[in-house]
Write a protein that binds this ligand. Structure first.
Ligand SMILES: Cc1cc2nc3c(=O)[nH]c(=O)nc-3n(C[C@H](O)[C@H](O)[C@H](O)COP(=O)(O)OP(=O)(O)OC[C@H]3O[C@@H](n4cnc5c(N)ncnc54)[C@H](O)[C@@H]3O)c2cc1C
Length: 380
C-alpha cells in the first residue's frame, strides 16, 4: 500500500487546481445562466494536455495515468462540472475506445487530433428507447459492402453539436441481438446527420447536449471499431473506464460544495457565534468530510486497478455509485448549511447540487451500478 502521490501526480493536480480556481471560476455562473459552451476553456485545457490525458504519447496524448486523471477531474469538477463532462467524454469514452479497439490507421487519423484536443469527441450510445437497457439499440447500421448505411436517433449526446468526431454504437444484425451491435467512428459533418434542439438542462448547463438524427448516413467500412459484432463489448468496456471519470467528477462536485460550506460555517454567525460552533452544523460537516474521503479512496482504487491492468469494472461501478450518492448528499447539506443564501446562485452550492444530480443518472444510473455490483457479489 502506498498512499503518497508521485511528484508528477501532484503537479498535474496543482495545474488543474490553478486553472479551475483562476480561470473557470470567473465565468462559471454566467455560462450556467446562459447555457453557454465553454469553448475557450476547452482550448486552454487542451493546451494543458487535459483532453487526451490517458492517451499514449505515440498518439499525441499526455501519457498520464488514471490516478492523475482522477486528480485532474476532481479539481476541474470542484468549480465546473460542465467543463469536466466534456473532458471526461473525450478522454475516457472516445479516446480510450479508439486507442483500445482502433486500428493503427484509425488512431493516426482520428485519435491524434482528439488527443491533442484540436477536435472534440462525442459518444453516441443512448436512444429514446434504449437508456439503461443499452441492448435495445434501434439505430441500424446496415452492411452495404464498402460502407454501412446508418438510420436512427441517438439522444442525450454530450458535445453532440460541438464534437467533430462521433463514436457511434448501432445495430447491424438485429437477429443476433447484442452480438450484432457494432461501434463506428463517424464524421459529425457527414451528409444525413441532423441535430435536435439544445437540451435545456437542470445542471451542467454549459455543456451542449443534443439528440442526433441519422438519415441514410454512409459510414466507410474502415471506420468500424473492432471485429464485426463487438460493439456491445466495446460499449461495456468503455463505460467501465468512463465511470471512473464520472466518479471523480462526483467527488469534485462534493468537495467543491464541502469547501464552500466549511468556509461559510466558519464565517456566518447565528445566536452569537459562528454556526460551525453549533454541533448540528459541525456534525453535518463531519459526515460530509467522511463520505468525501471514502468516495476519494474508491475513485483512486478504481484508477489504480486500471493502471495496474487488473480488473476494475466492479470497483469502478462502486466508485461511481458511492461518489454520485455522496455528491447528492453533500451538495444538499451544503445548501442547508448556507440557509437562504444556499438557495440563490451567488453562493454556487445550488448549482453544485443541480450538477450532482446528473452523476446519479448518466453513464449508468445508481440503480444500474447496484445491478453491476450485485451481479459481481453473486458470482463471488
Ligand atoms: C445531460 C445528459 C447527458 C448525457 N450524455 C450522454 C452521452 O454523451 N452519450 C450517451 O450515449 N448517453 C448520454 N446520456 C444518457 C444517459 O446515459 C441515460 O440517460 C441513462 O443511461 C439512463 O437512461 P434513460 O434516461 O433512458 O433512463 P431509463 O433507462 O429509462 O431509466 C429510468 C429509471 O428506471 C431505472 N431502471 C431502469 N432499468 C432498471 C432496472 N433493470 N432495475 C432497476 N431500475 C431500473 C433507472 O435507474 C431510472 O431510475 C446523457 C444523459 C443526460 C441526462
Amino acid at each position: 500500500m502506498d498512499f503518497e502521490f508521485t511528484e508528477e501526480q501532484k503537479m498535474i493536480r496543482q495545474s488543474a487546481r490553478d486553472y479551475a480556481q483562476r480561470e473557470l471560476i470567473k465565468d462559471v455562473l454566467e455560462r450556467d445562466a446562459k447555457s453557454e459552451y465553454p469553448a475557450h476553456h476547452i482550448k486552454a485545457l487542451a493546451e494543458l494536455g487535459f483532453m487526451g490525458m490517458l492517451v499514449d504519447t505515440r498518439y499525441d496524448g499526455g501519457g498520464m495515468d488514471t490516478v492523475s486523471y482522477v486528480l485532474a477531474m476532481e479539481e476541474i469538477s470542484k468549480v465546473d462540472a460542465s467543463v469536466s463532462v466534456i473532458m471526461s467524454v473525450n478522454n475516457s469514452l472516445v479516446c480510450y475506445g479508439i486507442e483500445t479497439f482502433g486500428t493503427e490507421d484509425q488512431k493516426e487519423r482520428f485519435l491524434k487530433p482528439l488527443a491533442r484536443g484540436e477536435k472534440i469527441g462525442a459518444y453516441l450510445l443512448s436512444e429514446p428507447d434504449a437508456g439503461s437497457d443499452a441492448t435495445s439499440q434501434k439505430t441500424m447500421a446496415l452492411d452495404k459492402g464498402d460502407y454501412y448505411l446508418v438510420n436512427g436517433t441517438k439522444n442525450w449526446i454530450t458535445s453532440g453539436n460541438t464534437a467533430s468526431t462521433y463514436v457511434l454504437i448501432a445495430q447491424t444484425h438485429p437477429e443476433k441481438r447484442h452480438k450484432g451491435i457494432n461501434a463506428f467512428i463517424v464524421d459529425r459533418h457527414s451528409p444525413g446527420i441532423s441535430l435536435g434542439l439544445h437540451e435545456d438542462k437542470m445542471g451542467m448547463r454549459s455543456s451542449d447536449t443534443h439528440s442526433v438524427m441519422f438519415t441514410d448516413v454512409k459510414v466507410p467500412k474502415e471506420n468500424r471499431l473492432g471485429e464485426d459484432g463487438s460493439g456491445f463489448k466495446f460499449a461495456m468496456k468503455t463505460l467501465e473506464g468512463g465511470r471512473i471519470g464520472i466518479a471523480a467528477q462526483a467527488l469534485g462536485i462534493a468537495s467543491g460544495a464541502y469547501e464552500r460550506a466549511l468556509k461559510y460555517a466558519k464565517e456566518r454567525k447565528a445566536f452569537g457565534t459562528e454556526i460551525i460552533n453549533h454541533q448540528a452544523v459541525a456534525f453535518k460537516l463531519a459526515e460530509m468530510h467522511t463520505r468525501i474521503e471514502a468516495a476519494r479512496f474508491f475513485c483512486l482504487k478504481a484508477a489504480w486497478l486500471k493502471d495496474q491492468k487488473q480488473p476494475f469494472g466492479t470497483t469502478s461501478a462502486m466508485a461511481k455509485y458511492y461518489a454520485a450518492e455522496t455528491a447528492m448528499y453533500v451538495t444538499t447539506e451544503a445548501v442547508q448549511i448556507h440557509g437562504g443564501y444556499g438557495y440563490v446562485k451567488e453562493y454556487h452550492v445550488e448549482r453544485l447540487m443541480r450538477e450532482a444530480k446528473l452523476t446519479q443518472i448518466y453513464e449508468g444510473t445508481s440503480e444500474i451500478q447496484q445491478i453491476i455490483i450485485s451481479r459481481a457479489i453473486m458470482n463471488d
